[in-house]
Design a protein around this ligand. Structure first.
Ligand code: 6R9
Length: 665
């Protein structure tokens, strides 16, 4: 082992342990490890009985289920398959007539700091009214509706209103391009788009409606009959007559009562597109019953949510975290939550800490990339250091989206959590619907950088390529051996890809393969996620397929001959996109190279979205390939990291290109 890799190892072996103190265990729903073990044992002894009990206790069913789990069509598992319920009724109506009805459901803080409160009763009325507007536009149960909205109360209302009438929503993150939007509209066969004229972020107005128009103009979107436009700003926008309706127009004359439509538990609540290892994004399909159960249950288990809590999940509704822990979970739990329109660095990098103080946030859930960028900001400027704000309202902190490095964990623990708040490092995926491996705040002794142990009923394991269990200490592939209620049901329009991606034949075809590498610690059996094992990158907690970016680059046919994309570690964003490009013209150098690199970045932003822009672009006369013509990605990863090349390069056609590709612009 080289001395460099020994140093890396020593950073990865984490010995600090933080057991929960009395403040965290007292009154916690799952208090102490014995309580956690008892739940795990219950799930092991009577798997179906365990889920039956929880599904009955946590959800309101309009028709009770009699079948808990149906494995006859595995891996197309069905949960509570003969039961009926409505997701919106389980988030809103169920609180009416209880003390929750007049409680604040959403504290909305706009980009400019303006605050608006919405109670549960008001939210129900607004969701119902918008649901009536959807119905008036002819939208029915089973129809797909694309939502392309900023972080606003209206965004949550749009999702809840779809759920209320049994329409399947597909939220597309507001940072995605017209092309990405068009592809999703076509794949989902959507009948309507719900959008806003503009979104406000960091004091800037960014168009949304114009991008919808551009996306539809790209063709193939004839299924779209209506575009609903929320006028977020007074700024003018371009109306397409006969198709576009403002929220005001759509809501006019609509009543504020709308009976929730009961749907089968397996009815698709939503489709959310995410990156996979091939070019085309996958439409991850979630079912109503199992998903909602998970949203509610994990609010209770992982966040130990209490009536007096103020919950704040900083994720955008365009990502799964914003689905489960903004649009559904907090409402199903009857919690008060903060919804934030803006960005953490505007008007200054102390915004998050200021908002925690202002709204007395008690449970705060964010991503490591945000923490790392705010550490950097706080270290560079005393004025935005969290010590300037009173953070004593906090009792639980959460992390999601990527592995949190122990240094960032310690900073979060000390400077935000005041050394008293447990940090729940929640591992999960778009496909898992909600947390699957995570500490419990009132039970689990914490180890920085580890997502610790699976939730009760989640049969997580680490295996080799054949599905054989590996001992603690050995790195392997993360799998979940038994189905769980909130798991992905299929890939929309592509059941074969669903089977191939997640239930490999070599492992028997019924075990869920997460796509992440992991290792369990020798002493406690704690899980530590080591990163994706496929061609998926994680940049600032956002999933990006390397193939997706490569296809975008080579689609610039007048310029690019060939491209390969890899990830390299980045202090703030976790991973950064590094693209190696061969042009159709001579390899550029100096100013010309910089200029073409910028052109390519803008192209990728246009094709996919700004989040996919390569940070590094390097030009070569060729790419390193094996004799059989395969691109040597491992070698490119080393080059991107700036590592010394130790691999065997003797099979390379033209070793001189390594030098070219090592050159940074
Ligand atoms: C919820 C979400 C999923 C991928 C996943 C893994 C990474 C998420 C993590 C984590 C280590 C954690 N990931 N949480 N890695 N520790 N606590 O992020 O969903 O966007 O689908 O990404 O993110 O690599 O496979 P999604």
């Amino acid at each position: 082992m080289s001395s460099a890799s020994k140093n890396i190892e020593s950073v990865l072996v984490e010995n600090r342990v933080f057991p929960p103190d009395a403040r965290a265990t007292e009154g916690a729903r799952i208090s102490g490890m014995a309580a956690y073990d008892a739940l795990c044992k219950e799930a092991e002894d009577d798997f179906e009985g365990f889920w039956t009990r929880l599904a009955k206790g946590n959800l309101q069913w309009t028709k009770p289920f009699t079948r808990t789990l149906d494995e006859s069509k595995a891996p197309f598992y069905e949960w509570f398959g003969d039961g009926e319920l409505n997701a919106s009724a389980n988030c809103l109506d169920k609180h009416i007539g209880t003390p929750v009805e007049n409680k604040t459901a959403i504290v909305f803080e706009a980009d400019d700091g303006t605050v608006t409160n919405v109670t549960y009763k008001e939210l129900l009325a607004r969701v119902s009214q918008f649901a009536n507007a959807l119905k008036a536009a002819g939208i029915q149960k089973g129809d797909r509706v694309v939502i392309y909205m900023p972080m606003t109360v209206e965004g949550v209302i749009a999702m809840q209103a779809c759920a209320r009438i049994g329409a399947t929503h597909s939220v597309v993150f507001g940072g995605f391009s017209a092309k990405a939007l068009q592809e999703r509209i076509i794949d989902a066969g959507a009948v309507a788009v719900i959008t806003a004229n503009y979104q406000l972020r960091g004091g800037k107005e960014l168009p949304l409606k114009a991008i919808v128009d551009d996306g539809i103009a790209l063709g193939g979107c004839e299924s779209i009959k209506t575009v609903f436009v929320y006028e977020r700003t007074p700024t003018a926008w371009n109306r397409v007559e006969g198709r576009d309706k403002t929220f005001t127009e759509a809501l006019k004359g609509q009543g504020t009562e709308c009976a929730p439509v009961p749907v089968n538990a397996e009815h698709p609540l939503f489709i959310l597109y995410t990156s996979g290892s091939t070019g085309k994004p996958k439409g991850v399909q979630h079912a109503t019953g199992g998903y909602l159960l998970w949203a509610k249950l994990t609010m209770d288990w992982t966040f130990d949510i209490k009536p007096e809590d103020v919950f704040w999940c900083t994720a955008d509704i365009g990502w799964i975290t914003g689905h489960t822990y903004v649009a559904y979970g907090p409402l199903a739990a009857g919690a008060t939550q903060v919804v934030f329109e803006g960005i953490p660095t505007f008007p200054h990098a102390g915004r998050f800490w200021q908002m925690i103080e202002k709204h007395k946030v008690s449970v705060f859930y964010t991503a490591p990339t945000a923490i790392r960028s705010l550490i950097k900001a706080a270290e560079g400027d005393e004025k935005v250091h969290p010590k300037n704000w009173d953070l004593t309202s906090l009792r639980i902190l959460g992390s999601v989206g990527e592995p949190i490095n122990p240094e960032a964990w310690m900073w979060y623990h000390r400077n935000i959590g005041g050394e008293r708040c447990p940090i729940v490092d929640t591992f999960w995926q778009t496909e898992t619907g909600g947390h699957v491996i995570t500490p419990l705040p009132g039970a689990t002794p914490l180890v920085p950088g580890s997502c610790t142990l699976p939730l009760p009923g989640i049969m997580a394991a680490i295996v080799d390529e054949t599905g054989k269990d590996l001992p603690n200490g050995a790195g392997g592939m993360l799998v979940i051996k038994r189905p769980w209620p909130s798991m992905i049901r299929t890939i929309w329009n592509d059941p074969e890809r669903f089977k191939k991606s997640y239930f490999p034949e070599e492992m028997g075809g019924t075990i869920y393969l997460a796509g992440d590498g992991a290792v369990r610690s020798e002493d406690r059996g704690y899980f530590r996620i080591t990163g994706r094992i496929d061609d998926v990158l994680n940049v600032s907690g956002h999933r990006l397929g390397t193939m997706e970016i490569e296809s975008a680059l080579v689609s610039k046919t007048d310029l690019v001959a060939e491209a390969a994309v890899v990830g390299r570690p980045d202090d703030v964003t976790g991973e950064a996109v590094c693209a190696f490009v061969v042009l159709k013209r001579a390899r550029p150098t100096g100013e010309e190279a910089k200029q073409i690199a910028n052109e390519l970045r803008n192209w990728v932003a246009k094709e996919i979205g700004p989040i996919a822009k390569p940070k590094d672009i390097r030009f070569g006369d060729n790419l390193p390939k094996t004799r059989s013509g395969k691109i040597m990605r491992r070698l490119l990863r080393s080059i991107a990291k700036g590592e010394e090349i130790t691999q065997d390069t003797s099979t390379l056609e033209n070793p001189a290109i390594l030098e070219q590709l090592s050159e940074r612009l």
